[in-house]
Design a protein around this ligand. Sequence first.
Ligand code: HGY
Ligand code: MN
Ligand code: MN
Length: 389
Amino acid sequence: MNKLAQWILDCCRDLAKFTEEPGRITRTFLSPPMKQAHAFLGSWMEEIGMRVSLDAAGNLRALYGREDAPRLIIGSHLDTVPNAGAFDGILGVALGIAMAELQPDLALEVIGFSEEEGVRFGVPFIGSKAVTGELDQALLARTDAHGISVTEAIRAFGLNLAELPAARFSPHAIGYFEFHIEQGPVLESLCLPLGVVEAIAGQSRWTVGFTGQANHAGTTPMNLRRDALVSAARWILNVESYAAAVPGLVATVGALTVSPNAGNVIPGEVRASLDVRHPDDAVRLHAVREILAKAPAEAIERLNQSAVRMDEALTTALADAVGPGAHRMTSGAGHDAMIFAPHLPSTMLFLRSPGGISHHPDEAVLLEDVEAALIAGARFIETLGAVHA
Ligand code: HGY
Ligand code: MN
Ligand code: MN
């Protein structure tokens, strides 16, 4: 397993060079580097006898085993946040291919989703929603910063939207499984290599607009200004203090667009992102209401993703595969597993994040933890194979 684990780490690091921004890892929905990522992974998949295809939403799909046999879907995403680490999403796809390389009895479908982070269009999970049949007209009409819609991006990538219905997962699918880095400090603090995910926190994503009056920075007295960025800054401090006072709540303003964004002009317009998460949907939704009530601004909802629980039977089988004392935990990060959970029994296996860091170039994973994940994943698939193959 050590050799395969090393191969997986090398694969993730090699994929990192397929980026829109030389010197840092940024790969968004159906950008040109995604074609290189598909070719790189597709050749590994074909080498081990998988049947490889690209669906109408740009998801890379590979089948190991008979077409009509019960299959486990193993997926994660191939897109990244800007200036990302090398393992978020990618590691889960590479581990899925490795599971096929171990030639289990159970048929596997490995999916590399085209978009989970929501960077290009402001809404996440476009890839997995295409597979669950939830990529609706509203999502397809969403436009990016250049006014290009999801539909146009799909066409520009050379894909055929008419084939979108064929992207739906197979009726032979018996479940969904996702390997993923934890992206937080818990497993490291417990000195554990792996964690079994039993629930994923819900998340709200909003765009909040602040309107002031752009004006000359040198001639406008302080008492006559309507500075949109100062209003936004006061609100952002409110967001932080509100969330800090509610146990388990996290709220983030991660992106700001300032207009006209010139040093000698008082900001007239500001658009801020808002990301709010909590394992309990009632707490999260109440927090969103409270936070937005303090924003003297217009707000547009981009995502209201409920918290989801993983399938108990599948999660127990995974915990058994990990071994005695397997640590069960809730994920603060969103994952494609939360899109599948309402449609298929789903579960996730976390690998320790050294330093607890992610969405950052310092994101890492340990060779021995990849080995442990290979062993636990293979045991888990063997258990399912005994029931379904
Ligand atoms: O933002 C998230 O929760 C995940 O990394 N997409
Ligand atoms: Mn991520
Ligand atoms: Mn991820």
